[in-house]
Design a protein around this ligand. Structure first.
Ligand SMILES: [Zn+2]
Length: 377
């Protein structure tokens, strides 16, 4: 089967994160079992009560300890972001101009198709060191499947290639992703008599001003290899108050921040708490609740890792960094030097008409095959 045929089959299976992913897992399971892999399912229940499955397929070598320590893990997420219903060919891989279009064609089914094709071109019996294929659930909604695997520890790995569209550039560091929901309380009153109340919106505005100052201060700690080079923060959503003539009793907003490696994920949270303390000194009634919703670590794999070297050489591209969240931290938790790598461009992912260039897809097959032979033989 060609890599394009495999990609067409993967794209035809609707695996939007909100759906059950049993169908795509069964497909991958069958492909892996046909190649002699030992497969194991790991499931979790998502917040809508739907069962989501991640699959670990191990190529066991003669060593009995293979289960414990694999040399190389190839990791691809099975879920995709939703697609617009007007994109009628979202599930039908379509070729045009040297590109293959379809939901997930770029992010990240191209990498999975390249992985299966690379594996099928290798005589696996020749491998002396164990290889793992890892197909995860719910990456697009918070890397949930990979995090569960990192907790379950079904294996440890020396090296991991995490499939994401990087235009075949090895990415050896990535920013963390953290989110908090902040609720500022006030006291409602008729707006003709504001002195009888306390506006939660004015209070939230004071806090948000401080957050903007924190964002400025964060620029002093820079890592030149990132774009932008510092930890960034964003207030993306805000709502508050109940009517134009009522002093607002409550105001809620989201605070999101993306940390550079080497900075603790709670560093920003501590700065925010300090700002709240300062505001409370000026206004003893200032009541604010901070609910930390997410704290995904940044990651960094040493530049002199043999995996980074090998992928730089094979792709003929220097290693870089990513600003988006990936499953690399979970692989690092399993002991791996993790590199994010795959065909397609992240800038076309997640949009109607996402695509993977055919030449990149084929080059990825060749690079993955050489990586397996280089590391596992
Ligand atoms: Zn992805």
């Amino acid at each position: 089967m060609t890599v394009e045929q495999t990609l067409a089959e993967l794209v035809s299976i609707d695996s939007v994160s909100a759906r059950l992913n049993a169908e795509i897992i069964s497909y991958l399971e069958a492909r892996c079992e046909a190649l002699g892999f030992t497969v194991e399912r790991f499931s979790h229940i998502d917040e809508t009560g739907t069962e989501k499955i991640s699959l670990v397929a191990l190529q066991i070598t003669s060593q009995a300890e293979a289960y414990a320590a694999v040399e190389l893990a190839l990791v691809g997420h099975t879920d995709t972001v939703p697609y617009d219903p007007t994109w009628t060919e979202a599930l039908k891989l379509t070729e045009s101009d040297g590109k293959l279009y379809g939901r997930g064609a770029c992010d990240t089914k191209a990498f999975i198709a390249a992985t299966l094709t690379a594996i099928e071109s290798i005589d696996l019996k020749r491998l002396k060191k164990p290889l793992a294929l890892v197909f995860t659930a719910d990456e697009e909604i918070g890397c949930l499947g990979a995090k569960r695997l990192a907790d379950a520890r079904p294996f440890s790995a020396r090296y991991a290639i995490v499939g994401e569209p990087t235009s075949l550039q090895p990415m050896c560091a990535g920013k963390g992703y953290c989110l908090a929901e902040i609720t500022v309380r006030g006291r409602e009153a008729h707006s003709a008599y504001p002195q009888l109340g306390a506006s939660a919106i004015f209070r939230a505005a004071r806090l948000i001003n401080r957050l903007e100052e924190i964002a400025e201060d964060l620029k002093s700690e820079a890592r030149a290899e990132f774009d932008p080079p510092c930890t960034t923060l964003n207030v993306g959503l805000i709502e508050g108050g109940t009517a134009k003539n009522i002093v607002a009793g409550e105001c809620r907003f989201t605070l999101e921040w993306r940390t550079i490696p080497g900075q603790e994920s709670d560093h920003v949270l501590n700065l925010v708490k300090r700002a709240v303390d300062d505001l409370q000194k000026l206004d003893p009634d200032f009541i604010c609740q901070i609910d930390a919703a997410r704290a995904d670590e940044s990651f960094e794999t040493r530049a002199d890792s043999p995996l980074v070297h090998f992928l730089e050489e094979s792709s003929n591209k220097p290693s870089g960094t990513v600003a988006f969240g990936t499953e690399a931290p979970s692989m690092i938790a399993l002991g791996a030097d993790a590199v994010v790598f795959g065909p397609g461009d992240i800038r076309v992912a997640h949009r109607t008409g996402e695509f993977v260039p055919i030449d990149e897809l084929n080059r990825c097959v060749a690079i993955l095959r050489r990586s397996i032979e280089h590391l596992c033989l």
